[in-house]
Design a protein around this ligand. Structure first.
Ligand SMILES: [Zn+2]
Ligand SMILES: [Zn+2]
Length: 149
């Protein structure tokens, strides 16, 4: 994969690419760093340089999120599918959705806008299943315990 992107494979670059492949979701740099550090030492500056390099060479893509930390996942050419993202506004998890989530007719966009469309970014914001279980909609605090009011 790195060779295909014209990137020299250092151990750390391989580790970062491995995390992106394994997780198959869009990760903040801090999360990537934590996962890489399970296997080897890495410092933040080097990690950011690697991510910049991956983005520059078209291996990874940077996505804006609801918080300040941008998320990174593999480019469609490398992950094999263009896709949308679902972002949880509570825990910040950003899932890569299956390509089948066809919210945008990319092929129709070019003629419609009279432009060469190179990328479409769709982000769905909401509360993920895990966060919904923790705090039911409506805010009813069922698990706070008795005698609280
Ligand atoms: Zn969540
Ligand atoms: Zn993604």
């Amino acid at each position: 994969m790195l060779a295909r992107a014209g990137i020299d494979p250092t151990p750390l670059r391989l580790a970062v690419a491995g995390v992106l492949v394994d997780e198959a979701r869009a990760l903040a740099a801090g999360d990537i760093l934590a996962l890489v550090r399970r296997k080897r030492q890495a410092n933040k500056v080097t990690l950011y340089r690697i991510l910049d390099l991956f983005v520059e060479r078209g291996l990874a893509r940077r996505h804006s999120s609801g918080d300040r930390a941008q998320r990174y996942c593999l480019e469609p050419g490398f992950s094999g599918r263009p896709h949308c993202h679902a972002y949880c506004v509570r825990c910040g998890r950003m899932e890569c959705l299956p390509a089948a989530v066809g919210l945008v007719d990319v092929a129709a966009l070019g003629p419609m806008l009279a432009m060469d469309v190179t990328a479409v970014e769709v982000r769905i914001d909401g509360v993920c299943a895990r966060c919904r279980r923790q705090a039911p909609p409506g805010g009813a605090a069922v698990d706070v315990g008795p005698g609280n009011s």
